[in-house]
Design a protein around this ligand. Structure first.
Ligand code: ZN
Length: 227
């Protein structure tokens, strides 16, 4: 799968639809019954969010995801993940996350991850599973050290509005991250994907056109493995 390299890719959102010049990857909640239709400018992923991890059991999760995958309705598994601040109890979150990892591995699909104060646990699971599919942490805003550890283990990081907040930890160092490992997203925040690209391009000291090309290339690296 490829995207044109002159568009703004919003790597992760829930509600937004693409406006002109944009492509959106919309993340659906598996417990809802929306039927996604991938088109040229909008792609879908689906998973049980850690906040909702107790709403479906493992069999239901597998059945629903496998059906979406078999019908080619989704291009990745997630968002799924771990959240120490909010959500279902920890044991359930871990079980549900592991269930998603197994399905992603079985189908050779990337995993989109929500990780709040859980980066070390997420990293450990990738190592334990010896996972070969791409893992992308969305709305990443962790420390420089954990970013380095994650990148070292092959993770991709998707950056959100924190890069525009001069007081945020990530705004101090994100321009040192390898460009072939990053994405940009709005999540559900009221920010403009084009503005985020501008901020990132300035900090990385590259042109907007180069950033669009790079992120289109990254999209291909993550999603083009199935031909
Ligand atoms: Zn989200």
């Amino acid at each position: 799968m490829k995207i044109p390299n002159n568009r703004f890719l919003n790597f992760h959102a829930h509600q937004q639809f693409p406006s002109e010049e944009e492509i959106v990857i919309q993340s659906l909640f598996l417990q809802e019954d929306r039927i996604p239709e991938n088109r040229d400018t909008i792609f879908f992923t689906s998973g049980l969010h850690p906040w909702h991890a107790d709403l479906l059991n493992l069999i239901e999760i597998e059945n629903r995801l496998q059906k979406l995958i078999d019908e080619k309705k989704i291009i990745a598994v997630g968002e799924t993940g771990l959240d120490k601040i909010r959500g279902a109890d920890w044991k359930t979150q871990i079980e549900v996350f592991k269930g998603h990892i197994q399905i992603a591995e079985k189908n050779n699909l990337p995993i989109i991850i929500h990780s709040v104060k859980s980066h070390n646990e997420v990293l450990k699971l990738k190592i334990d599973f010896n996972s070969k599919v791409p893992w992308v942490i969305h709305n990443f805003s962790g420390s420089e050290q954990i970013a380095a550890d994650l990148i070292h283990h092959g993770f991709y990081l998707s950056l959100c509005h924190h890069i525009q907040n001069r007081n945020s930890r990530i705004s101090e160092y994100f321009n040192t991250l390898p460009l072939d490992k990053i994405f940009v997203e709005t999540d559900d925040f009221n920010v403009d994907i084009k503005g985020l690209y501008h901020t990132a391009a300035i900090k990385f000291r590259i042109s907007l056109e180069e950033l669009k090309k790079q992120i289109a290339f990254n999209f291909e690296s993550v999603f083009n493995r199935n031909g």
